[in-house]
Design a protein around this ligand. Structure first.
Ligand code: ADP
Ligand code: MG
Ligand code: ZN
Length: 486
């Protein structure tokens, strides 16, 4: 019998508000432990939560971007469990009536096929603090409550995901959207975006759900895919060997690439949910909803479609540009001050500019290069003032490393392209003397060999002039000089 996998993801995303969800403490990662705390997030008796309006706004933005229906009234609930990082001994969350439901996003598989993954619900809740455990020298455990009360949305998918790759694509798509609309920083390593994966198997073609195992908190895209791959394999082997999958929570060990039992269904806690008496129902009226809708930027999929249509970019190039909203804006600004083909600008930005940023470990935002500078540089190439190679290898790196306008750099470093014919003839003649073999090859009469020889000689002249010779002119000039000197 063949089996197929069924996967549903529960994703927690921290919202990028300045303050926490129920108090005015700072919502910030990396500060000294227990410096951003107050009676509310420390769970002191008698303290009362006050809902952060901005957190609701961000949560609603996320829900709209994920095509959800927004409930005009929803309820906060208490979820009880005991753990040192949860001083109230309950988490304020939403349970029976979440603020958003019935959404979806579309993922694109490697072969270009699109698939819609439905989102069952999104609810708001508070994050817990963090426990830090010592080592063999320090056997204490510590609690840091800076994170307690960080606003979260939990995004619960339907079990529509059918492979480890789809799970990764879904998670990446979620991140891209949340980061694009500015509600989450997309940092899986720091835990601002976390994923629990529910996995079951069933006979291929069956429409019944099998018993699922849940893998907790996997913290990278690669590990999501690998953990699920392992877990599917484990379940199939188990069932083929006559065993049965039990409902349980498992942990992924990324070093060994295995999942291990954390707790079984019998050990599962009863959370004793009940409505939170200290908070009124959350009402999102249509006026507020409309104004939040209006504040949303155009979403990445739509921008990508526009790039393909308006600028004749390939779908792949357009996807690269919309991975980051700043980059997409940068590209459009470049195009608006560049009179050449948008495709050329896209190529230059994707293959050259991003490459150099990456080498220099710089973000687009910390490089001083402006879109108009890229446009100016491309125009210098189009006008033949500098060669493309010099633009890529000399000017652009200089701009990224030290700043400065393309034209200034050209002047300062003497990079103007050599297009003067008599000057080029002299350079070519010298190159011919140095490369007798290629000259012989040219004179052999064989057309193929001829072209090859010319190509080689262009390369030699480019090398000699450190990329400054105009290759277009050389292409005609080299055969001409060769034929004349025969
Ligand atoms: P819980 O409330 O215990 O977390 P839910 O029924 O709300 O459980 O489901 C949580 C997640 O598990 C959802 O993303 C859902 O799609 C997924 N899920 C539920 N049943 C299965 C199953 N049999 N196989 C795989 N995923 C499942
Ligand atoms: Mg769950
Ligand atoms: Zn506080």
């Amino acid at each position: 019998m063949e089996f197929e996998a069924v996967i549903g993801l529960e994703v927690h995303a921290q919202l990028l508000t300045d303050t926490k969800i129920f108090c005015s403490c700072k919502n910030r990662f990396g500060d000294s432990p227990n410096t951003n705390v107050c009676p509310v997030c420390l769970g002191m008796p008698g303290s009362l939560p006050v809902l952060n309006r901005k957190a609701v706004e961000y949560a609603v933005k996320a829900a709209i971007a994920l095509n959800c229906k927004i409930n005009s009234s929803s309820i906060f609930a208490r979820k009880h469990y005991f753990y040192p990082d949860l001083p109230k001994a309950y988490q304020i969350t939403q349970y029976e009536l979440p603020f958003a439901e019935h959404g979806w996003i579309e993922i694109e598989n490697g072969d270009g096929t699109k698939k819609r993954i439905r989102i069952r619900r999104i609810h708001m809740e508070e994050d817990a603090g963090k426990t830090l455990h010592g080592d063999s020298f320090d056997q204490n455990s510590y609690v840091d409550l800076n994170r307690a009360g960080t606003p979260l949305v939990e995004i619960v998918s339907e079990p529509d995901i059918s492979s480890p790759e789809e799970a990764r694509l879904y998670m990446q798509k979620l991140r891209d959207i949340l980061v694009w609309i500015g509600v989450n920083d997309g940092n899986l390593e720091e835990g601002s975006l976390r994923c629990d994966a529910n996995i079951s198997i069933r006979p291929e073609g069956s429409d019944k759900l099998g018993t699922r195992a849940e893998i907790k908190n996997v913290n990278s895209f690669r590990f999501i895919q690998k953990a699920i791959e392992y877990e599917i394999g484990r379940q199939i082997k188990l069932v083929k060997g006559g065993g049965e999958v039990v409902q349980e929570t498992r942990l992924y060990d990324s070093q060994k690439n295995i999942t291990k039992t954390m707790r079984t269904k019998e050990e599962a806690e009863d959370y004793r949910y009940f409505p939170e008496p200290d908070l009124p129902p959350l009402i999102i009226d249509s006026q507020w909803l409309d104004s939040i809708k209006e504040s949303l930027p155009t979403l990445p999929d739509e921008v990508r479609g526009r790039f393909v249509k308006d600028y004749s970019l390939t779908s792949y190039d357009a996807s690269v540009l919309v991975r980051d909203r700043k980059l997409a804006e940068f590209f459009e600004e470049t195009v608006s001050s560049y009179s050449g083909e948008p495709k050329k600008a896209a190529n230059f930005i994707i293959s050259d500019f991003l490459g150099i940023l990456n080498e220099e470990k710089k973000e687009l935002s910390d490089a001083s290069v402006k879109a108009e500078d890229i446009a100016e540089l491309l125009l210098l190439v189009d006008k033949g003032v500098v060669s493309l190679r010099v633009a890529k290898e000399d000017i652009l790196p200089e701009m990224v490393k030290f700043g400065g306008k393309p034209e200034e750099i050209v002047k300062k470093k003497g990079l103007i392209q050599i297009s003067d014919e008599s000057e080029l003839i002299n350079i070519v003649k010298k190159a011919l003397v140095k490369n007798e073999k290629a000259v012989e090859q040219y004179r052999s009469g064989d057309e193929k060999k001829k072209t090859k020889a010319v190509k080689f000689l262009i390369g030699q002249v480019m090398k000699e002039t450190r990329g400054k010779a105009n290759p277009k002119i050389l292409n005609d000039l080299i055969p001409k000089v060769l034929d004349e000197t025969e």
